[in-house]
Write a protein that binds this ligand. Sequence first.
Ligand code: ATP
Length: 269
Amino acid sequence: SGRFAKPSTPTQKVTFADVAGQDQAKREVSELVEFLRDPERFQKVGAEVPHGVLLVGPPGTGKTLLAKALAGEADVPFFSTSGSEFIEVFVGVGAARVRKMFEAARRAAPAIIFIDELDSIGRTRGTGLGGGHDEREQTLNQILAELDGFGGREAVVVLAATNRPDVLDPALLRPGRFDRHVTLNLPDKNARRAILNIHASRLPLEDSSDLDTMAAGTTGFSGADLKNLLNEAAINAARRNASLITSDDLGEARDKVIMGTVRSLAIRP
Ligand code: ATP
């Protein structure tokens, strides 16, 4: 019952156009759109489409966004959970939660399941100091069992995200499980400009060419960092009681993101 009975329905549909850069990743994931839109076309001729796709990349590079965009493009329900939820929220009921989510997705098929932070639940089994990881291992085993339980042609695609593919239990990566890997990278200058463009579209910038300067001066920033930078700049402008966001606002915001103080500011009321 409860949480997984219904998929989350984002109020606004996410599409590939919302994901800036990441062209290779978008191309790879978009192959699944056709299948999800019309699984029967594939089933009819006995074509088996991969069920498990691992999205690999640093934090904030758009893994969750890309998974949602696939659901939006294919127009299918999106069931999502996070590995850390199993550690923090579903204590004692992890395996049952996994079973219910897969059950609900199968009923709603064609559908997408998204497991964020797979590494927090999917680390190599039997490596915990002094044991005590039975609960986590049961959850992981249930995920493996569900992946194995797919008939080759069931129209459920399972996407999982991680920034630590190196710590994953090798069992997760075997054929028929997460055997397809899609890599997301930190954005280059052009991609940073495109990301800034998307997130600044509704912001009152004094001079939109400031975004070129920002794109050039934010090497190493993720998409999430750039989004934070713009929001912090808007907060700066509001504090000044200004109606336009200036290059100074942007510069200060960039420094804050670099100092790592933005996140804490953002959650302060
Ligand atoms: P994490 O590993 O921290 O979960 P993630 O890779 O799943 O991160 P998202 O949660 O998808 O990253 O990104 C956070 C937010 O940053 C997104 O909701 C989006 O607003 C913005 N963002 C990240 N990458 C991009 C991108 N390529 N294009 C546009 N926006 C992006």
